[in-house]
Design a protein around this ligand. Structure first.
Ligand code: HEC
Length: 160
């Protein structure tokens, strides 16, 4: 009797196991993990908005600086490569930028803005920028200015 019971128990557990395989195979298991085997780099480049952020720079720190410049809207008025749009000051020629070291003068302008000017879209105030953000933005302005004024020849040539 004892051996018989064990046999029946084993037989049914095997049948149930097989049935469960059959039934779970019939519909998609929603808990099935999605395994990413390959990162499609062409897709990443295609998704990168070159019209907005320009060509990606191989210097990743400078790329970050440029993105900070774009994110805060500077490029919208001053131009991504410092060719000003509308009334904005030409940062390629600005004496303030020329005298700036590590954001010491640019930072002052950003924190205060340039209020009460006759310009219809005046220089906004960025009172809550972090010091690192001012340094990043200033570094990009110096870099793009040096390239625009051809004092820096770089393989990372900025295209217009
Ligand atoms: C809404 C347009 C606009 C935006 C956005 C803007 N600016 Fe300006 N900026 C101006 C204008 C206009 C002037 C010139 C103001 C004047 O001369 O009265 C100016 C002046 C400046 C100057 C002073 C240049 C000089 O020599 O007098 C600096 C530096 C500057 N902007 C940097 C920036 C940076 C960096 C950002 C982004 C954080 C930025 N601006 C965002 C419009 C803008």
């Amino acid at each position: 009797m004892r051996t018989n019971n064990t046999f029946i128990n084993r037989f049914f557990s095997i049948v149930i196991l097989l049935l469960s395989f059959v039934f779970t195979g019939c519909k998609d298991n929603p808990k099935k993990p999605i395994v990413v085997t390959k990162i499609d780099t062409t897709k990443i480049i295609n998704d990168y908005d070159t019209a907005y952020v320009g060509i990606p720079l191989s210097d990743t720190i400078m790329q970050h600086n440029k993105e900070t410049f774009v994110i805060y809207g500077c490029a919208y008025c001053h131009g991504l490569y410092l060719t000003p749009v509308g009334e904005a000051a030409d940062l390629r020629k600005s004496t303030i930028v020329g005298a700036d070291v590590n954001g010491n003068l640019i930072g002052k302008i950003l924190r205060n803005g340039i209020p009460l000017t006759a310009k219809s879209s005046p220089m906004p105030q960025y009172s809550d920028l972090k010091d690192e953000e001012i340094k990043a933005i200033s570094a990009y302005i110096h870099y793009a200015r040096d390239i625009a004024n051809k004092t820096l020849s770089d393989s990372m040539v900025l295209k217009k």
